[in-house]
Design a protein around this ligand. Structure first.
Ligand SMILES: [Zn+2]
Length: 446
């Protein structure tokens, strides 16, 4: 349906926990990892392709992991959790925060960043609001939901127990030939590869964060084994190259319209394509890693901006694409959307030195991500703004208005009409404006 332009960005609230907003801090950090791979006998399903019809995974090609990085300045703490999964359904993070409340964690301090692997836990299998029992959409598995929550809770608690003093630094490379815009070749592709190192004071690496923007979609609906996809190969290879027990934590960007480009001569095997892509990208990351220097005193700020989403609805193309893929009628959709999709969402922002992660709750087109990154650099003066894609929860694809109107697959899996893109961008800018500006920082130094 065509929707009239509406007033954008109904900002309903802001939570900014900035006790000492401009002070650089000497930080401590702790890291932990947990194997998220469900036991095969549980019959867990794989997410990303409706054609799998909720058949259980047949094996484990490579394990999927969640990793937590807790950062603290002694008074405030924050946790970044990366995970080799498709995405997190909206009810998951609130449930995790509730479990962690006794240890002093609140929603503002927890950032979940899934890789968007398409050979990992089905998102709707861990969505307690999914009571519809539709095989193409994914069937809720309470025991898988509990197991996933148990493990996420465990990884945060373990990382928080392992704090030690650290230095932090970020760097960036523009790389060509690794991704493309899958909607239209002439459209924007995001070339930034951004890497953050968190080092112990003796220089040994503790954690490395890698932000690169591309769908993990070498595997298709016929591939039925658990795998972290190319991000898994990237993380394992970079961990081996750096050594010393480092944890490499991959997170995606505004990947809504970004596909990976297979390495030459990768052959027809989806698994080989994923492996070569991840391994070779890890080698590029290692070249960047050795160039990045870390500092002891870094800015540490975070905020969480809520916003009201536009009214739920579906695109006229939905019945041809997503509707067919997921076996949905319009009547069912009208019932299903309010159960699965929230009426409001949030934008998390985290600043660690020259890195600013702006989280978006879904699959954003790279051009909108670029707009947010440019704005963030201008306001904060931070040299390395990035988008944390699918942050905390998945609320659908997030497109520019004209791209929504143009239709196609991504528009058909965008459930809040044409104004969702501008609404999320406005909320992201609002969230970024809660961080200390470059001018304030300069003033503080005088
Ligand atoms: Zn996707």
């Amino acid at each position: 349906m065509m929707k009239p332009l509406r007033c954008l960005a109904v900002v309903v609230g802001i939570v900014a926990l900035l006790d000492t907003p401009t002070a650089a801090a000497e930080l401590s950090a702790g890291v932990a990892r947990v194997d998220l791979t469900p036991p095969l006998e549980m019959g867990a399903t794989l997410g990303g392709y409706g054609e799998r019809m909720s058949r259980p995974a047949t094996g484990v090609h490579d394990r999927i992991w969640a990793k937590a990085l807790v950062v603290s300045d002694g008074e405030r703490k924050y946790v970044v959790v990366t995970a080799d999964v498709l995405g997190f359904p909206p009810p998951l993070k609130p449930a995790l925060v509730e479990r962690l409340a006794d240890a002093g964690w609140t929603a503002e301090q927890v950032l979940l960043l899934p890789s968007h692997s398409h050979t990992s836990i089905e998102m709707n299998a861990i969505h307690p609001g999914n009571t519809f029992g539709l095989a193409p959409l994914g069937i809720y598995m309470p025991e898988l939901y509990e197991l996933t929550l148990d493990r996420l809770e465990q990884v945060v608690r373990e990382a928080a127990q392992a704090l030690e003093p650290v230095s932090v630094g970020t760097g960036r490379l523009a790389i060509e030939g690794w991704n493309r815009n899958r909607r239209r070749t002439a459209q924007y592709a995001e070339r930034d590869l951004t890497l953050t190192r968190v080092d112990r004071l003796d220089g040994r690496p503790l954690a490395v964060l890698v932000n690169w923007t591309a769908h993990p979609t070498f595997m298709s609906g016929e591939d039925m084994e658990f795998s972290a996809g190319w991000p898994g190969h990237l993380q394992r290879t970079l961990e081996a190259l750096i050594g010393e027990g480092v944890s490499v934590m991959y997170y995606n960007g505004a990947e809504g319209d970004q596909s990976p480009i297979a390495r030459v001569d990768s052959g027809e095997s989806h698994w080989e394509r994923a492996e070569r892509y991840g391994r070779e990208l890890a080698i590029v990351c290692n070249g960047l890693y050795v160039e990045v220097t870390s500092e002891r005193d870094v800015t540490f700020e975070y905020a969480l901006q809520s916003f009201a989403a536009p009214p739920r609805g579906w695109h006229p193309d939905f019945m041809q694409t997503g509707g067919a893929e997921y076996g949905l009628s319009e009547k069912l959709l009208a019932e299903l959307l309010p159960r699965l999709m929230p009426g409001e969402s949030t934008i998390p922002v985290l600043r660690l030195g020259d890195l600013v992660i702006v989280g978006v709750p879904g699959e954003m087109a790279a051009s909108l991500g670029r707009e947010i990154k440019t704005y963030t650099a201008g306001v904060t003066g931070a040299r390395f703004p990035v988008i944390g894609g699918l942050a905390n929860e998945w609320i659908s694809y997030i497109l520019p208005e004209d791209e929504y109107e143009a239709g196609g697959y991504e528009a058909s899996v965008s459930f809040y009409g044409a104004s969702l893109g501008p609404t999320v961008v406005a909320a992201a800018k609002q969230a970024v404006s809660e961080l200390t500006t470059e001018a304030q920082r300069a003033q503080r130094k005088e």
